[in-house]
Design a protein around this ligand. Sequence first.
Ligand code: ZN
Length: 316
Amino acid sequence: MIQKSDRFRDFLLKQNNTWQLSADNYHGLDLVEEKTLLIDNFKIKVQFNPQRMRSSAAKVDASSIAARKCFLCAENRPPEQISLDLGQNFILLVNPFPIFHTHFTIPSNDHIPQRLAPNLKAMLEISRIMQGYLLFYNGPECGASAPDHLHFQAGETGFLPVESEFTTLKMREGNLMKDSDSLKIWAFDHYIRKMISIETDNSQQGIGTIEKILSRFQEIQSEKIEPMLNMLCSYGHGKWIIHLFPRKQHRPSQFYAQGDDQLLISPASVDFGGVFITPRREDFDKITAGEIADIFEQVTLDDIAFKKLKETIKRL
Ligand SMILES: [Zn+2]
């Protein structure tokens, strides 16, 4: 795979020159198997990636989190791991268990809980700095394996099917909820999963819009510390493209099933972006388009709650 060269890619190469585990895992990524399934003409790539077991099977309940040392805090990070200051009180680390060919973890300097609303400004600013990369956020109850330490991740653009599918999706009628010179919002009911997409050249307006959506969503999921959401964000040609994936559940029933019925899949931003990660070979071999559609149905927001969000968006 041809990689563009930039200071972030250079940082990854520098890291892999001095950290064997990371270098081996990036090398191993070249051998990772992938297959593509089509659901309603949308593409889902399935990636067999055994290194992701620790993330997919991570115990993220409060007592398990409290019992382990935080791997994003400076004092607990491996001595080989180097960092790059990104400003906004965030740093760049190479993710040593990659899905993308250039895969970063972007933790806060402080050990503070994973929350989206207060950190939208930082997320948009970092994605502006990191053009050519897609930033993603996994909520504390839907995919973050360190829900106690605020962080984003980033990978090279062009890898997740949602990026190219969005350009055709947004041409379809009936999904455009808001249309002004500086901000557009679409809501998609039938993209296998529910998705809200925002395009804006004004970060203030973008942040304000997401805050309002989050605030309404928090009312719908009032029992949650934060409404369940995954977010993708990239910047290019002077504007941000943001995809929000509202959810009702973290893991599907297949995750907890026994024997042949089990599929060790724990959907987060990357899966919602169209790349399903299977850490076990048997799951990679047997998973079908029907099962992926079923998993999305279980974890994506239901129709009634999504309708409420759309009503809020229409009034913005
Ligand atoms: Zn920490």
